[in-house]
Ligand binder design. Structure first.
Ligand SMILES: CC(C)(COP(=O)(O)OP(=O)(O)OC[C@H]1O[C@@H](n2cnc3c(N)ncnc32)[C@H](O)[C@@H]1OP(=O)(O)O)[C@@H](O)C(=O)NCCC(=O)NCCS
Length: 150
């Protein structure tokens, strides 16, 4: 775990995330992390790598251009073999520090109410969790909102 390094993302990291994301989640989610997120939000996104360069984890997020005091985390993943070692926690802390430095005071994210691991992880790093909101992302797409002060 201590040998893993965290760096700013680059647009080319899109391919590496795209190649593993469905396997890491265990269901199809690649269509939700399109190339645009790395092309336009790489400067606020983070990549965790093993010493040999293999992808160990990532955070895709941004400082909202429309709501300047809000940061938003779109997707976070950690490779199955690196889970429960604090890597997502470290990635989030680095994202929070940069967002604070940019003047953000709140960070938000969302997930499906079925994603119990995501809910447990976000609670553990201090997010409040809303009640499930029916049709949040369109018909049948129920979501919970995570919110945390920075
Ligand atoms: C959610 C995810 C990013 C967590 O990454 P991680 O590096 O394992 O998380 P951490 O080791 O930093 O965990 C911090 C805390 O979160 C909670 N947590 C993490 N994984 C958990 C699990 N499987 N079950 C219950 N609680 C969990 C625990 O409180 C944990 O602290 P502890 O290990 O001391 O008990 C990872 O499990 C993952 O990639 N899952 C698949 C993708 C996904 O669902 N992402 C959700 C965000 S879009």
């Amino acid at each position: 775990m201590s040998a893993i390094t965290i760096r700013q993302a680059q647009p080319a990291d899109f391919e590496r995330i795209n190649a593993v994301i469905d396997e890491w989640w265990g269901w199809p989610v690649a269509h939700m992390v399109q190339r645009l997120f790395l092309d336009h939000f790489f400067a606020t996104s983070l990549i965790a790598e093993e010493p040999g360069g293999a992808l160990a984890g990532f955070v895709v997020g941004f400082h909202s251009p429309s709501v300047p005091d809000h940061a938003y985390i779109h997707f976070t993943g950690v490779a199955p073999e690196h889970r429960r070692a604090g890597l997502a926690h470290d990635l989030y802390n680095q994202f929070f520090a940069a967002a604070r430095g940019a003047g953000c005071t709140t960070v938000r994210a969302i997930t499906s109410p079925l994603n119990e691991v995501s809910i447990a992880f976000h609670r553990s790093v201090g997010f409040s969790v809303s009640e499930p909101i029916p049709d949040y992302d369109g018909p049948g797409l129920e979501r919970v909102i995570f919110s945390r002060e920075l």
